[in-house]
Design a binder for this molecule. Structure first.
Ligand code: B3K
Ligand code: ZN
Length: 868
């Protein structure tokens, strides 16, 4: 490290700010390498004290500081700060500084995305624009005046309403914006450039007319319609389900090519990764359409959960993110298939989120200690955070949950709040004691719920003994019992549901598990039942119940809860994988159990099942989720077992796959859930057919496809099935789409995740492709991210060459874009389940990275924990 050792910040050390800033007037003169910023703040001392005013600032060239209009030199510039030792009780502070957007490759603060200027300020990017109190609990009213060249930047955008504009003599022009809502600096945004604009209007519930504008690169207007529809659907949904209305006269979305994450909820001016805006049949898959809808919804929902009520400090991030993810999940579920959405969310939890819990970065959804805040935009804070909100919803029910949400928003409107504030509102509105539930906010790790049962035929009593145990994590050796909602149903051996009776009364399907060990006794049970446990994944835990294959087959066929049907197949596959890995270790031949084959056959033949759900039930868990079943495992053996199962299922059910494929052709491309479900099942079937060598079906679909879902469905089947036709198809795809990075990302991704031993070599080749660039995060994720996270076998090669490739990329990104580097690092720090030989190879590489002279805080935090 060139600088001193990075400092850890602790949640417990929170102090209110020594000063408030009530208004901030920004004047920004845009130039590529020398943008000038004038920031005029009204500052007010918070209470009686003599503390200096300490402003945050990074990579700024300070030009001058004035207090009440008088220039001063009474300040000190520290590392990342500007300290004014003696300031009046209330005063006007004027800071002039210069920044270099063209040199900003970290994509934090003000930077250039192609020819446009844009900003990303969350979490701490505003301090790269000017010196400021860059913390979420300082809320100010902003005005922003932007001046730029009129030809290259006809559009000058910022938060709030446009209140003035003018043309200057020198070919430049200016626009002034005023945001009536006080906001923290992380919600500030500025965009300047030339775009095509899609315009529409929305009339809110109470009659407010809102102008909607979506800005996209020139020539992309025809790809913005779905984003606009999604925005209007989000606005309607929030009114109908949560009674929340939009509050400004204008809502703008700008799509940019260079962006570190998905999108950003800046007040009235969202900035989006173009990947989550642009969609048409030729370039976007069905999943892309759903992703656009979800992310547009997510950012829109932040307007209340995040913007109107924000976070007191960054440790509270899940207050806005967990809640907003829960809201976007509900939005997608209300508009589409609830079960399929749930399955997608649960896959993320059980795969990469559980892996995070088991790795060196394990943290509670409300972290206690942070070095680099950008490292905590994690699956734990977001996805597990949403599960915690979902558990509240399960415990309280929709009505009390909505009452709690309304109370929270009304009580804290315009404020920076905490997770405790949220739970307090939920508890008050529902009358429920959530004291033990609150432990979910402070405790990390994945609890294991062990369930054992006993049936007494003489009394008709069925007893469940439930124990909970959370294994220690790197950050917390001791764990306490949690409040776990356990949703269940009981079925007879014939698959008939049984009423739940306890203490002579019929009871709800959700049990409150509160203690380390608890017993639940059901009465009037006529025969030994089959329990459907953890329905809908009612808590983010691992379930341990000794299901027999027969019980799982029954649930897969007969459960009234669709999620349980899917989950039963997953458990059956997991069990099969476990047994086969054992056989593999002993060098014995692998076996496909009859029960699994029968379940697959019944699923394929079941005409009453939603096709999208069928496709999910027929999809084997990915390697990342399977890895979580073991303490330690040989990744190649695991992959071999999975591959073997897939091929056996493909061969044994070939006619049924062919039938599913033939029955689900969609004559013309329509984006509706019915047709999407058909395509999903058809492409799943094609994937299995490809494993039997069905070149004709695959190539036929590729050649005839009129939409990207089917094109990629065929290409994926060809690559995964290693069919000879894949080479010509890949070449054809590249010819057609080399001009469009977003589309070509699919091509990079497919090749990076290809099974063959030459994949690593091909990835190196592709890094030289004219469309690839290490400066564009989308390209990096599509090629390097897909290889290292989506191709475990080739990445974890025993010669270490996969690791070397990633390390080389990380060495470069450590300097140019530490945030992206830090996300790419993940597979190198989650090595606990790998064999000793691979662990040793990885450690050696991490030590090399650790010795880098200019190691970023982002990488330092993760590598030091991994090597600890
Ligand atoms: N709030 C932003 C994430 C910002 C990440 C900064 N490293 C996007 C979102 O969750 O909506
Ligand atoms: Zn968010």
């Amino acid at each position: 490290m060139s600088q001193s050792q990075p400092q850890v910040q602790y949640r417990d050390d929170y102090q209110p700010p020594h000063y408030w800033i009530d208004t901030l007037d920004l004047d920004i003169q845009l130039h590529d390498s020398a943008t000038e910023v004038v920031a005029i703040s009204r500052v007010r001392r918070n209470g009686e004290h003599n503390e200096p005013l300490v402003l945050d600032g990074e990579q700024l060239e300070l030009l001058s500081v004035s207090i009440n209009g008088v220039e001063t030199t009474q300040y000190e510039q520290g590392e990342g700060s500007l300290v004014l030792p003696q300031v009046p009780q209330e005063f006007v502070l004027t800071i002039k500084n210069r920044i270099n957007p063209a040199a900003n490759t970290a994509l934090e603060g003000l930077y250039k995305s192609g020819n446009a200027y844009c900003t990303q300020c969350e979490a701490q990017g505003f301090r790269r624009i000017t010196y400021y109190l860059d913390r979420p609990d300082v809320l100010a009213r902003f005005t922003t005046r932007i001046t730029a060249d009129a030809i290259t930047c006809p559009y000058l955008l910022s938060n709030g309403n446009r209140v003035g504009q003018g043309v200057l003599d020198d070919g430049r022009h200016w626009v002034q914006w005023q945001d009536p809502f006080p906001k923290p600096a992380y919600l500030f945004a500025l965009v300047a450039g030339d775009f095509d604009v899609l315009r529409d209007r929305y009339t809110t519930h109470s009659g407010r007319e809102v102008t909607l504008e979506i800005f996209v690169d020139k020539g992309n207007l025809h790809r913005a319609g779905h984003a606009m529809d999604s925005l209007k659907a989000s606005m309607r949904w929030d009114e109908q389900r949560c009674n929340l209305e939009y509050d400004l006269d204008i809502y703008m979305i700008v799509a940019v090519d260079f962006f570190n994450m998905g999108a950003m909820e800046n007040k009235g001016l969202n900035v989006f990764n173009a990947k989550f805006v642009l969609a048409d049949a030729q370039t976007a898959t069905d999943d892309d359409y759903l992703d656009v809808e979800r992310v547009i919804g997510h950012e829109y929902f932040h307007n209340w959960t995040g913007n109107r009520v924000t976070c007191r400090d960054w440790f509270q991030l899940s207050l806005k993110e967990g809640l907003t993810v829960f809201r976007d999940q509900e939005f997608s579920s209300d508009l589409g298939s609830r079960t399929v959405n749930r399955i997608h969310n649960v896959r993320i939890l059980r795969g990469p989120q559980f892996a995070e819990d088991a790795g060196p970065m394990a943290h509670p959804i409300r972290p206690d200690a942070v070095i680099e805040m950008n490292n905590f935009y994690t699956l734990t804070v977001y996805e597990k955070g949403a599960e915690v909100i979902r558990m509240l919803h399960t415990l309280l029910g929709e009505q009390a949950f909505q009452a709690g949400l309304a109370l929270y928003l009304q009580r804290h409107d315009g404020q920076a709040a905490t997770c405790d504030d949220f739970v307090a509102a939920m508890s008050e509105a529902s009358g429920r004691d959530l004291t033990r539930f609150k432990r979910w906010y402070g405790q990390s790790g994945t609890p294991v719920l062990t369930v054992r049962d006993d049936y007494d035929a003489a009394t008709g009593r069925y007893t469940l003994r439930v124990t909970q145990h959370t294994p220690p994590t790197r950050d917390q050796p001791e764990k306490l019992p949690l409040h776990i909602p356990l949703s269940l149903a009981l079925y007879t051996g014939q698959g008939e549901p049984l009423p739940l009776m306890m203490n002579g009364r019929s009871v709800d399907s959700v049990l409150d598990v509160l203690e380390r060990e608890q017993e639940f006794v059901f009465e009037q049970v006529p025969s030994r039942p089959v329990p459907a446990l953890l329905q809908g994944f009612s808590a983010p835990v691992k379930l341990d119940y000794p299901y027999s294959d027969e019980q799982l087959s029954l649930l897969a066929r007969a459960s009234l809860d669709e999620f349980v049907r899917w989950d039963a197949v997953q458990m059956l596959v997991n069990e099969t994988v476990r047994r086969n890995v054992e056989l593999c270790r002993r060098g014995e031949p692998l076996v496909l159990p009859r029960s699994l084959l029968d379940v697959f056959r019944c699923t394929l033949e079941d005409d009453n099942l939603d096709r999208a759900l069928k496709a999910e039930m027929l999809t084997l868990p990915d390697l990342a989720s399977l890895l979580e079943l073991f303490e330690q495992v040989d990744i190649e053996q695991l992959a071999e077992v999975r591959r073997h199962l897939a091929r056996e299922l493909a061969e044994a059910l070939m006619p049924a796959w062919q039938q599913a494929f033939d029955d689900n052709l969609t004559p013309e491309y329509r984006i509706d859930h019915h047709d999407m479900a058909r395509r999903s099942l058809k492409n799943t079937a094609l994937g299995y057919l490809a494993l039997t060598g069905a070149e004709q079906a695959v190539a036929g679909q590729y050649d005839g496809a009129d939409n990207m879902t089917d094109t990629l469905g065929a290409l994926r089947a060809a690559v995964r099935g290693e069919l000879g036709c894949r080479h010509a198809m890949l070449a054809d795809f590249e010819q057609k789409w080399r001009h469009d990075g977003l589309v070509l990302d699919n091509w990079f991704r497919l090749q990076a995740t290809a099974p063959g031993a030459d994949t690593l070599h091909r990835v190196r080749e592709l890094m030289g492709h004219p469309t690839f660039s290490l400066t564009n995060p989308n390209r990096v994720r599509a090629l390097i991210g897909a290889f290292s996270q989506g191709n475990p076998v080739q990445f974890h090669r025993l010669d270490g060459a996969g690791y070397d490739l990633l390390v080389e990329v990380l060495e470069q990104l450590n300097r140019s874009n530490p945030q992206v580097a830090s996300r790419l690092l993940t597979p190198l720090i989650q090595f606990r389940r790998l064999d000793d030989a691979r662990q040793a190879l990885i450690r050696a590489r991490l030590q090399r990275l650790m010795a880098l002279p200019d190691l970023s805080r982002d990488l330092f935090e993760k590598i030091s924990k991994a090597l600890d």
